[in-house]
Design a protein around this ligand. Structure first.
Ligand code: ZN
Ligand code: CU
Length: 484
């Protein structure tokens, strides 16, 4: 306990405080001045410029979205409504090998870079240029930024990505990783099952991971295989991080395809064992369908696939591949071939695996939302309320305190975001006030752009960004450095 200040800018009165560490809730008040939490406890004698009656509501640290593709959103649609409406106050962007910087393009970006939009958005020749742009015109949320391996391959490999980088190319990519780290990146990401990166050998990634590690960075890995060789792919990522001596984050952990249902028992055992020897984190989104760019080979008969956007046939967004194929009188694979470039939701995860991975105590929550899909996977708007409402409250998969920890204290420690993710005096005032009885995701596969119920208000660095069911227009976000 500290002495209560005589005055503060803002006091939340009578809240249920969940501090992000996993500890049990306590009743209390919390005071904010400037961008910091200045007192926690019984603050009945503290006068405040603004007061919020928080009775019946949970006050906790703002949620950290451990896995996003928000690079473009951070600079193009900085209100970040899909995120702040669910209580997210910080995002980790640049995942799956795809970062907007450093890369300039003058023609249509190849798969999977087009997941962030057309060539006009690839206009940052240095990582520092992107950071400066953000600093000059911040978004509503904070951002930790990864530099993407596939982005660097495009930058240096002269359009021929169906091969390993040669020595000269690898040396240039390595220099870029170092420069990005010096400019504020928190690490390297890869997406080794995408066509543009699949020919990159383990050694290529290890060299780049070493460069990130030398600057205190981590390695976020969308692994080489989420299907039949999922364990081999996890082994590869663990080996890269071990050899490069840096922490690993296994992105959107899942086991895909009906033949692999139940296999998360083995993958989690593998990860659990490796964690005794090295620093490993993992994230998951709380849905039993995945989403990425459309791969016609995945459109086998019997696999349910929903089109999220199509550049060649925009009107098909929101329709299933089987319907489109029937209308066109062709097999699903051919319909998909006509639809690319495109994005898709694939219904090929097992709910029991999703719950097993969520329940694993070291799993963080990451939306993997795709902000510019015409008809996005509902994880974009629904991830965090879905964990708190559906999985914690309704299914009792874990306590509310545990759910909050997985989206606050745990990711803050994993990514090294100092003074965030916990309710602590002196910490940054990233806060969410929500109703534990009504919090609920409303985004669905058929109506995906719906804000959640139950979020009362959201604060970033002490400023309200979401109140009374809408954006305030404030954009107090900052680029987050990693402190190891
Ligand atoms: Zn990915
Ligand atoms: Cu991703």
């Amino acid at each position: 306990m500290q002495d209560a200040p005589a005055r503060a800018d803002l006091v939340f009165r009578g809240a249920t405080l969940i501090d992000g560490s996993g500890a049990d809730r306590v009743a209390g008040d919390l005071a904010v001045s400037g961008d910091r939490i200045v007192a926690i406890g019984d603050l009945g004698r503290t006068a405040a410029t603004d007061e919020i009656d928080a009775s019946g509501l949970v006050l906790c640290p703002g949620f950290i979205d451990a896995h996003t593709h928000d690079d473009r959103a951070l600079v193009e649609t900085p209100d970040m409504s899909a995120k702040i409406s669910q209580g997210v106050t910080s995002v980790v962007a640049g995942n799956c090998g795809i970062s907007l910087a450093p890369l300039t393009l003058d023609s249509w970006p190849p798969d999977p870079l087009h997941l962030l939009g057309d060539q006009t958005y690839y206009r940052f020749d240095t990582f520092g240029g992107f950071v400066e742009h953000f600093d000059a015109a911040p978004s509503a949320v904070n951002a930790g930024l990864l530099v993407g391996h596939t982005t660097l391959r495009h930058r240096h490999m002269a359009g021929r990505l169906d091969r390993p980088a040669n020595d000269a190319e690898l040396a240039r990519m390595e220099t870029d990783v170092g420069a990005a780290m010096a400019d504020g990146a928190i690490g390297l990401s890869t997406g080794l099952d995408y066509a543009e990166a699949v020919e990159a050998p383990t050694e290529e990634v290890t060299v780049l991971a070493q460069a990130a590690g030398r600057h205190g960075g981590l390695y976020a890995s969308h692994t080489r295989d989420y299907f039949d060789d999922v364990e081999g792919a996890i082994d590869e990522a663990i080996g890269i991080a071990r050899d490069a001596r840096l922490p690993l984050v296994l992105s959107h952990h899942q086991v895909s395809g009906a033949a692999n249902f139940g296999r998360s028992k083995r993958t989690l055992a593998l990860i659990d064992d490796a964690m005794t020897r090295q620093e490993i984190g993992l994230d998951v989104y709380p849905y039993n369908a995945s989403s990425k760019t459309l791969d016609p080979q995945r459109c086998q008969p019997g696999v349910r696939v929903l089109i999220t956007w199509s550049d060649s046939h925009p009107a098909m967004a929101g329709r299933e591949i089987a319907d489109i194929a029937a209308e066109w009188g062709c097999p699903p694979i051919e319909a998909a071939t006509r639809l690319v470039p495109a994005g898709a939701v694939y219904f090929q995860l097992d709910e029991a695996d999703v719950q097993r991975i969520l329940a694993y105590p070291r799993t963080m929550i990451g939306s993997d939302g795709l902000p510019y899909d015409a008809f996005p996977h509902p994880r974009l708007w629904g991830t965090f309320p879905r964990v708190l409402g559906h999985y914690a409250r309704d299914l009792n998969l874990f306590t509310l305190e545990e759910a909050v920890h997985r989206m606050t204290g745990l990711p803050a420690a994993t990514f090294g975001f100092a003074d965030r993710g916990l309710l602590r005096v002196g910490g940054h005032a990233d806060l969410v006030l929500f109703d534990p009885d009504t919090i609920r995701d409303r985004a669905t596969y058929t109506d995906p752009k719906q804000p959640a119920d139950g979020i009362h208000s959201v604060f970033v660095n002490g400023e309200a960004v979401w109140q009374a069911g809408r954006e305030t227009g404030a954009r107090p976000g900052r680029v987050l450095q990693r402190t190891s």
